[in-house]
Write a protein that binds this ligand. Structure first.
Ligand SMILES: *Cc1c(COP(=O)(O)O)cnc(C)c1O
Length: 471
């Protein structure tokens, strides 16, 4: 007997479960396990039939949000069935065990080379690695910056105890890097009407203790790209004037898998000589399942040998560069699957369609009246964001709207912009593979209806004719 868990089609997203095992014959609700609360703080004495346990857990997980309506996340919520199959086959492949799983290691290597090529790395040996995501990638890139700065300071006989990193409104992973690895984070406040770090802000913030500058391709808050080439040009000018040679790292967590396809002429990558390293999240616009990112360096000398470990106890003598040790291999395999499955043309088409869908939603939002677009979906990530034109007169806040949209399952976050624009509250929708134009039309309908309700004189209570119960 199969319970109603087998989802098929696009809605299966990442949650497809094959219920085809014989042990699920027992009704999960009549098991001993189901006769009370599920054990929550202590392991039960005995075990239970796996099918029933799975069903009880799935029942609980149904209370989670519906990932395909989560418009807050950059992360993949759609995967081909073939990728699900590959993930299942690779469940026991340990990424760190390169001797036991040499082909998994080889496929990781191919992914790193494909990205180095996509990001226009110069000819010559490629160094990089897959990671659990951009956060680990950022830690490794940050450590390389710190190690190189320290070596240069020591070589010059200067103190190397007060490193700083200069950036705009970065994702929390850089705050973590700074705190975990004892680096001062100089997060430069955003200028009025700016969406990220601007070149003219660099000079006042860098000094001889600056290990690097982080530019963001796809600012988390606004989805805009920071002007990488212009930031690099300003660092060139600073070097000419002061002698300080400060490397640039690009946090392309989302943009690294978008700009090569949607904005191929934009020079943000290794075409810019000052760019030393780049990170990106495979599990965001790379379209891989959760748990994979990448970091690539321009050339081997930018990665200090000290950061690479050579372990012998798994057999062989393999270099590893990672914060984790054991790590699943399936995500990397699925990343390679996506590269082959979609190709350059497929990534381009998917993101052109996503970008147009975002822009269409933006036009609709702009026409509703109370809103003004902060990002119209053109020129950077497939996304759209807006604010209230007159927050004091609107009669509702964007937090109210977020709350109302939740009643239909939509997750559309509202949040303040980073310092110094924290008085501006915005709402943001990210458009990924699997978020269709039609789905965004349905969201638009719901926004329109909820705005009307919120604007109603009674402070948002529902008009009786609308609240009718029709079945
Ligand atoms: C998401 C994101 C990160 C963190 O990436 P994970 O892959 O979630 O670890 C870092 N920087 C930026 C700009 C991001 O968007």
């Amino acid at each position: 007997m199969h319970r109603l868990r087998k989802e098929t089609g696009p809605m299966a997203a990442l949650h497809e479960v094959d219920t085809g095992d014989e042990k699920s014959a027992e009704d999960c609700y009549t098991t001993t396990l189901a006769s009370g609360d599920l054990p929550k703080r202590r392991m039960p004495e005995g075990g239970s039939p796996p099918g029933a346990v799975r069903d009880l857990i799935l029942d609980e997980l149904a209370l989670d949000g519906n990932a395909s309506q989560n418009l807050a996340t950059f992360c993949s919520t759609f995967l081909d069935h073939e990728a699900h199959e590959l993930m299942a086959v690779c469940i026991d492949k340990n990424m760190v065990d390169k001797d036991e799983y040499p082909q998994t290691a080889e496929i990781e290597n191919r992914c790193v080379h494909i990205l180095a090529d996509l990001w226009n790395a110069p000819a010559g040996p490629t160094v990089g690695t897959s990671t659990t995501g951009s956060s680990e990638a950022a830690m490794l890139a940050g450590l390389a910056l710190k190690w190189r700065w320290r070596a240069a300071r020591r070589a010059a006989g200067k103190p190397a105890d007060r490193p700083n990193l200069v950036c705009g409104p970065v994702q929390v992973c850089w705050e973590k890097f700074a705190r975990y690895f004892d680096v001062e984070l100089r997060q430069v406040p955003v200028l009025p009407d700016a969406t990220g770090l601007r070149p003219e802000q660099l000079r006042a913030n860098v000094d001889e203790n600056t290990i690097g500058v982080v530019g963001i391709l796809g600012v988390t808050y606004t989805c805009d790209y920071e002007p990488i080439k212009e930031l690099a040009a300003e660092l060139d000018a600073i070097q000419d004037d002061t002698g300080l040679d400060i490397p640039l790292h690009v946090d392309a967590a989302s943009g690294g898998f978008v700009a090569p396809f949607l904005q191929p002429a934009l020079e943000w990558d290794f075409r810019v000589p000052r760019v030393a390293s780049i990170n990106a999240s495979g599990h965001k616009y790379g379209m891989a399942p959760l748990g994979v990112g990448f970091v690539v360096w321009r050339s081997p000398e930018l990665l200090p040998e000290d950061l690479v470990f050579r372990v012998r106890y798994l057999g062989g003598n393999m270099p590893t560069l990672a914060l984790n040790f054991s790590r699943p291999g399936g995500q990397v395999i699925a990343q390679y699957f996506n590269f082959l499955r979609h190709g350059h043309d497929g990534y381009t088409k998917i993101y052109e369609i996503a970008s147009e869908a975002g822009q269409a939603l933006g036009r609709r939002i702009a026409e509703m009246g109370p809103f003004e677009l902060v990002y119209d979906g053109k020129g950077a990530l497939p996304a759209v964001s807006w604010k209230l034109k007159e927050p004091d007169k609107a009669g509702f806040t964007l937090y109210d709207l977020t709350d109302r949209l939740r009643t239909r399952g939509w997750q559309v976050p509202a949040y303040p912009l980073p310092a110094d624009r924290q008085d501006t509250v915005i709402q943001r929708v990210l458009v990924r593979h699997g978020i269709s134009r039609d789905k965004l039309e349905l969201l638009g309908d719901d926004v329109e209806r909820e705005v009307k309700r919120l604007q109603a004189a009674d402070g948002g209570s529902v008009a009786p004719q609308e609240a009718g119960f029709h079945h």
